[in-house]
Design a protein around this ligand. Structure first.
Ligand code: 2U9
Length: 343
């Protein structure tokens, strides 16, 4: 028994080091070790010479030896077959692989994520909705009934009439959908792609991206709106940037304002980017019009809210000094690669 155990250990060492370059050599291995007159059979034949009380122990050892040898044969067979197949088609498996080019985030995604994460830190949740909308959620609920002049500036693409299906012109429709759910307070940002029937140029496109925000609760004031947007500007553009509000008009907010920041290029002195005013507009905002609250079943005597909206392309163009809106959708990697270092 002792000598048999020793013999099996020696065979195992020999098998472990066996190398096969070609499938013939793998086959020679099979014949030598696993063939009908091979080593495994031979060792198994020794069972009859083992003392009865040691047979069980020897049986386990033999079984393990057989499995070990079979596994080695499978390994040799597969390796030689793969190598020969590769050689047959002229492939050298020892060559290093082609490096996979790693893509980069699109600048619009980078800036959208940055905007969203600033508001998330203030407790805003993210809400999303469909790009194909009905007339009610895109226009009528937002104080823009049929034939309202404000619809003129938001001409879009019509999917069908009766029922009216259109491509949304802003993500405000997502806010309407959230308001209709009737769960208050609401504190959300709505990022997404929107569509307008515009002639494509360096400054306009038939689609772009927005991030809009809505906060509705008891006692939300214009002061809350200003403080929220001040925080956003400082986080997005830095501590030294100045902010100003100008009165404006939107059908969905009253009062309404547009917010400017001091020009990032000239620091407020005046240049081409700010058209020599020292200021650049970055977003629109205001207190949610009571009609909207009522349209969505919210008591306008109990609740107030503020809303704001910004174009992601506009913010990205200011931040990275991009002069032509079309660059964002041309998929030119020479442009896109320039954002590989941005986070
Ligand atoms: C609800 C109530 C109010 C969202 C607002 C603006 C002002 C605004 C523009 C900025 C540039 C759109 O991308 S842009 O062209 N947006 O000026 N948006 S207030 O007001 C809402 C939205 C939803 C329920």
């Amino acid at each position: 028994m002792e000598t048999l155990v020793q013999k099996i250990a020696e065979y195992k060492a020999e098998i472990k080091n066996y190398i096969a370059q070609k499938s013939e050599e793998a086959e020679a291995f099979r014949i030598k070790y696993l063939g009908s007159k091979g080593v495994v059979k031979d060792v198994m034949g020794e069972m009859k010479n083992v003392a009865a009380e040691k047979r069980k122990e020897f049986g386990l050892l033999l079984n393990e030896f057989k499995l070990f040898t079979e596994a080695k044969y499978e390994e040799l067979k597969n390796a030689t077959a793969n190598g020969e197949e590769a050689a047959a088609v002229g492939m050298d498996l020892t060559l290093p692989g082609d490096p996979l080019p790693v893509g980069t985030r699109h600048p619009i995604s980078l800036v959208r994520n940055q905007i969203v994460s600033i508001f998330q830190r203030l407790g805003f949740a993210v809400a999303e909705g469909p790009e194909v909308e009905d007339d009610w959620h895109n226009f009528t609920a937002l104080n823009m009934p049929e034939n309202h002049t404000a619809r003129d500036m938001q001409d879009t693409f019509y999917i069908s009439q009766n029922p009216d299906w259109i491509l949304r012109t802003h993500t405000s429709s997502v806010q309407v959908r959230e308001m209709e759910k009737g769960k208050l307070p609401i504190r959300i940002v709505c990022p997404g792609r929107v569509y307008r029937n515009e002639t494509i140029s360096a400054r306009a496109h038939c689609f772009f991206h927005q991030v809009e925000g809505l906060y509705i609760a008891d006692n939300v004031s214009f002061a809350d709106l200003k403080q929220t947007l001040y925080f956003f500007v400082k986080e997005m553009f830095g501590e030294n940037v100045k902010v100003r509000f100008r009165p404006s008009y939107f059908p969905f907010t009253e009062p309404s304002a547009e917010m400017d920041i001091s020009c990032l290029i000239c620091g407020g002195k005046g240049c081409n980017v700010c058209k020599h005013t020292g200021w650049v507009e970055i977003l629109g905002c205001g207190m949610v019009h009571p009609n909207l609250l009522e349209n969505c079943g919210i008591d306008s005597n109990k609740y107030t809210g503020f809303a704001f909206g910004m174009g992601v392309e506009r913010i990205t163009m200011l931040k990275y000094q991009i002069k032509d809106l079309r660059l964002f959708s041309e998929n030119d990697v020479r442009f896109l690669r320039q954002f590989s270092g941005a986070v």
